[in-house]
Design a protein around this ligand. Structure first.
Ligand code: TMP
Length: 273
């Protein structure tokens, strides 16, 4: 499968027929309990503090009204066949891209999604042992080939990640150690095969250190965006702290993303960088 349909990059989105989009698309991936939601919120706050671009925070499954119904089905339904599970995630993704992600990229927004297509390849192909090519092809069809310019992988051992969760485990979280080890390996293999798109981070590092590494990768991507109202303030690329959403900044959350428990409050001030 070609990875050439990346918006804003040399090969532009919409199956190559589209001019470069003015937005930036970033996904956050990792095992359960890796801390990706926290890093997404911190990255969104930083972007909003250094640019006047719209920042859209969203998630899968559940970034749309339909997606919220699908999320309940796939995480809490019973006796789902693995192929049914893969199709539900793909349906959620198709609606998410059509309704939220693609329109935002066309507006010039920075879109940060908590999970995307690579979660399907890791969990449904790696974890459930469906064919990786089939699962990837399904998601490419669902999204018309849309890939993020940057995918941040917060790599964590399943034991450590699952131990961090406080809620009752959902269907996927209950899938067992071997499933989660396969899923982790699938993420790592996928990242190794396409290092230009991926940033692999050790999720056991401090929150501040992780944010700093993500910011370092975001700086050149933001600086390379075509103008959309404005842009990176080069004086501000290394803020002394991340204090949550900057005053007056445009950070938009999809309904399900806003409901995520980790997003109920802005991140605490973590002190000087
Ligand atoms: P979340 O709790 O990070 O929102 O993710 C929900 C669960 O769904 C998580 O265990 C990972 C799983 N998942 C898949 O198995 N395939 C997918 O395509 C996506 C997006 C999530």
């Amino acid at each position: 499968m070609s990875h050439s349909d990346v918006p804003g990059a040399a090969a532009a989105g919409d199956r190559g027929a589209h001019p470069a989009w003015p937005g930036l698309f970033v996904s956050f991936e990792g095992g359960d309990g890796a801390g990706k939601s926290t890093q997404l919120v911190r990255a969104a706050a930083w972007i909003a503090s250094v640019t006047s671009r719209e920042v859209v925070r969203t998630r899968e499954p559940g970034g749309t009204a339909l997606g919220q119904v699908l999320r309940t089905l796939v995480l809490h339904g019973e006796d789902l066949d693995p192929r049914t599970e893969a199709l539900i995630y793909a349906a959620d993704r198709a609606q998410h891209v059509a309704e939220v992600i693609r329109p935002a990229l066309r507006r010039g927004a920075v879109v940060l999604t908590d999970r995307y297509l690579d979660s399907s390849v890791a969990y449904q192909a790696g974890g459930r042992e469906l064919g990786a090519d089939d699962v990837e092809r399904l998601s490419f069809w669902a999204t018309d080939g849309l890939l993020p310019q940057l995918t941040v992988l917060l790599d964590v051992s399943p034991g450590r990640g699952l131990a961090r969760l406080s809620d009752a485990p959902d269907r996927l979280e209950r899938a067992g150690d071997v499933f989660h080890l396969r899923t982790r390996q699938a993420f790592l293999d996928r990242a190794a095969a396409d290092p230009g798109r991926w940033l692999v981070l050790d999720a056991s590092r401090s929150r501040e250190e992780l944010t700093e590494q993500i910011v370092a990768r975001l700086v050149p991507l933001l600086a390379a965006l075509p103008p959309a109202g404005s842009t990176l303030d080069p004086q501000a690329v290394r803020p002394r702290s991340v204090r949550g959403e900057a005053e007056g900044a445009r950070v938009v959350s999809t309904p399900a993303e806003a409901m995520h428990p980790e997003n109920a409050a802005p991140p605490r001030d973590e002190g000087a960088w």
